[in-house]
Design a protein around this ligand. Structure first.
Ligand SMILES: [Zn+2]
Length: 225
């Protein structure tokens, strides 16, 4: 399948299909097929993998970004402590947000290749999912899921893009997996020009700061993110 800039940036989801067996799960057809195969295999090993978040539109990511920039939604640092963005400069605020959130237009969740996963049968009843390291690391409720993914996900084409080993300047997300064969095609579409255009054409908070940060964004965040 050929992907375009509109697919890349979350502005056109026409390349995606919905998986009826899961709530709100939209993926590329190949990623969907691989995910189904993987979840069947995991279920046989006693782990019911469920998608918590998959495709996210540009508008949704823009809302998240703008809320965080303006202080209407919490921003957390690398130790999961809340950051008071009103005490930061614009550039500092951008870096603080980027630790856990992508620039709108450049979230891997726009692509339909990336999924945040949990395990429904490992979750206590009425549990409110946090998506944090405690839940997914050793000793956490999803430690078995993490271990299963470590051992098996590459057989189905999946990997984790946000880890220490990936050498990215963002938080480790053990719950975030990516379908490499399609994700690689999207990564190739990212250019500095595309970043510039997205910032120019959107109502994004911090626009004047962002305009001066294109090179850093491309080199340090987006090309890996
Ligand atoms: Zn994610």
């Amino acid at each position: 399948m050929e992907f375009t800039l509109l697919h890349l940036t979350g502005k056109d989801p026409s390349h995606l299909i919905d998986l009826p067996e899961f709530k709100n799960c939209r993926l590329t057809p190949d990623c969907a097929a691989a995910f189904k195969k993987m979840s069947t295999a995991a279920a046989a090993d006693g782990i019911d993998i469920v998608p918590v978040s998959s495709y996210r539109s540009f508008e949704r990511q823009l809302d998240i970004w703008n809320d965080k920039y303006l202080g209407d939604r919490p921003v957390y640092d690398n130790f999961n402590r809340p950051v008071n963005v009103s005490t930061l400069t614009g550039v500092e605020t951008v870096y603080a947000i980027l630790y856990w959130s992508a620039l709108p237009g450049f979230s891997r969740h726009h692509w339909g290749t990336d999924i945040d996963v949990a395990a429904s049968n490992l979750m206590p009843e009425n549990y409110e999912l946090q998506l944090n390291s405690e839940e997914y690391a050793q000793g956490g409720i999803f430690a078995r899921l993490t271990e299963w993914l470590d051992q098996n996900m590459d057989k189905y084409g999946f990997f984790r893009p946000f880890t220490d080993e990936a050498h990215v300047r963002v938080g480790t997300e053990l719950w975030h997996i990516s379908y490499r064969p399609d994700a690689e095609k999207f990564e190739k579409l990212i250019t500095k020009n595309a970043i510039q255009e997205i910032i120019r054409d959107s109502h994004i908070a911090g626009k004047s700061c962002l305009n001066g940060m294109i090179d850093e964004l491309y080199d340090d965040y987006i090309i890996h993110a």
